[in-house]
Design a protein around this ligand. Sequence first.
Ligand SMILES: [Mg+2]
Length: 258
Amino acid sequence: MSLRDPNTSLPEPNEPQNFALFFDFDGTLADIVERPEDVEVTEATREALTALRHSLEGAVAIITGRDIAAIDRFLTPVRLPVAGVHGLTRRDATGQMHHPEYDCEALKIIETQLERLVAEETGLLLENKQGALALHYRLRPELEGVCLEAMERAVNGMPSITVRRGKMVIEAVGHAGNKGEAIESFLNEKPFAGRVPVFAGDDLTDEDGFASVNRLHGISIKVGQGDTQARYRVQDREELLSWLNAIIERIGNNHEQS
Ligand SMILES: [Mg+2]
């Protein structure tokens, strides 16, 4: 099994009732759209998440760069445990919130600087999240270099800030956490503890999650193309959904037999 080019098709879900499922959101459960607020989750995806949560005693969580409130809005009426802003904020399975510290002041200074660029160039979008600032350039992909340079200039000399790159977005994150740490935090708690972690994601920030899951002998799944540490790959969101539906069916059959 090659780590550089995981052409391996997904594993047969043999004991799926022992899985703990973690999903990135954009590009993994929902198609990426031009404006991040316009994203939509299909009814089939909502149904699958609901069935999985039921089959896995609640061990299903979202690990995203977005705010938790945004995920609740997109998934409504489904409400899941979520780690938001790359692990900065986390709502556990009991609904309790976890908020590590972050450097609010540094983010304000960066925001002031980036606002200038966004005012000059139409099509750029500055998203102010709790604990992070995301500069989106999906509508102006030719400005990638300009955005990167502006971001690097803005965070220069700020050791508390981590710059993260994603698909058509550059983020300044006011903490050092990542998606891997978020997954491991969930795995220390019920109902995730003791289960086999499965994490699916499509972007660079998901690589920390893949690394954690690999170390824990779980199943890491890259959605779409691109270099990755993930051990498995699916072509798209639809293929992932088919595998999830196979899991739901397998658990249902196991229940009937026992
Ligand atoms: Mg994604």
